[in-house]
Ligand binder design. Sequence first.
Ligand SMILES: [Zn+2]
Length: 509
Amino acid sequence: MEPIQATIRIERGRIQSVEPMLGGVKIISEAGIDFYPDCWALPGFVDSHAHILGLGSRLRGLSLYGAESAEECVGIAIMQPITRGGWIVGMGWNQQLWTSKQYPTKYSLDIAFTDVPVYLSRADGHAAWVNSASLTIAGITAATSNPPGGEIMKDKSGNPTGILVDNAMDLVRKFIPAYTTEEQISMLRASADHCIARGITEVHDMDVASGLLPIFSQLAERAELPIRVQSYVKAQENEWMHEGLLPAVGEFFRICGLKYYADGALGSRGAALLEPYSDAPHTKGLFLISENDLYRKAKIGLEYQWDISTHAIGDAANRMVLDVYERLRKEGLADSDAILRIEHAQIVHPDDAPRFAEWNVVAAVQPVHCISDASMARERLGERCLYGYPWRTLRNSGIGLAAGSDFPIEPANPLLGIDAYVRRVPFGEEKGWYDKECLTRQEALLSYTLWAHEAAGMSYRRGILQTKFDADIVIHNANIAHCPEKEITSASVVASYTAGVIRYKNDTL
Ligand SMILES: [Zn+2]
């Protein structure tokens, strides 16, 4: 994949012709002619694993990303009391960034919020920090036992500390009032605008609650979405069956996949590992679904033409999901067109890496997770870091990788991901980390374009700038494939087109 300088003619949203031209990019469409001197065009970027509403609520609501202590989080919550039906709900704290590295407790929240319930999700979304008012509403006491796949953290005397991990989060979450439709529309718009300004013309939206689907459909019908959205709906509890949901096609909004969770995340030690955690020898993490249950659920999903997408971070979780997918392929339940995805594929045992190619399994990875997780991953995994974030290994086994950011957990900017792919230098460090797993820039670009479209079955129409393909285009002021490596992240998006229509123009340049 190479950025091009060319004259691109567009008709009815599709590319009619591409003629090489030195000196810039010229776009000719029904709307007129746009010329971008010294700029370079690429197919619009895809974020193949993200949470559109989550980014919207981060942009519009209480954000704790980057906070350096529990006290700072409490301070932010006091200053910006965004209340959702009388609750304070926020996200983004990460105790790994704090000097203490200790989980916060309900006590620091209780001082500021005696009666108002507070619910603050960790940056990775796999733990929640709540106050006593929330615990009371949920009826959680010293006597409450852990739900399957979750943990209520308790102190030495057995009292809940205010930290709920994975499935235990639901005990409180289910009491938080829903956003109003107007709030949701405003958040989705903010999120889509944020994406298009970063050259993202399409998002694979993960864990979508079914209530959000009519809102997306409406925005798409009114042509109010600047980006295309592929939805992977929450399916852990067979929600789609209870609600009579089926896959649906559309130009800007498509409902295509079912999303499952095999395990939790590494930061909260919820990722399911084959051997115990290096820094917590009593645990191997948590499975959030059994192998048989995932097999049965995916089998029914495939019968209804859904794509199947499963979150797997630990090496045990990746192996389990590969076992399920292998069985589905072998039994002919997933034919060659059926899309089977593993989201994250972070720690893949070397014995399992070739199985992605063997059973045609998509690896949807998040390059920025690698460079932001590195110091935590070293503690959790020890020597197993050798096969953490194994991009080159997976690529060499014969598959393309679909790239995403997992925003709002990480920034939505694809250039950060491309930089992470090619340099693999952890934040705050200077040297590449297991840089034998780096990808080339051409591969990194493919991963954000063509390979990402393959992961949603859309590569027959998108991901290449050529005749008859959709005119989804991003224009940068630099040639990302050939500029000095360190300048990748300083390139700017000059304009973004979706379906041949300019949706973003950078007026600051
Ligand atoms: Zn995610």
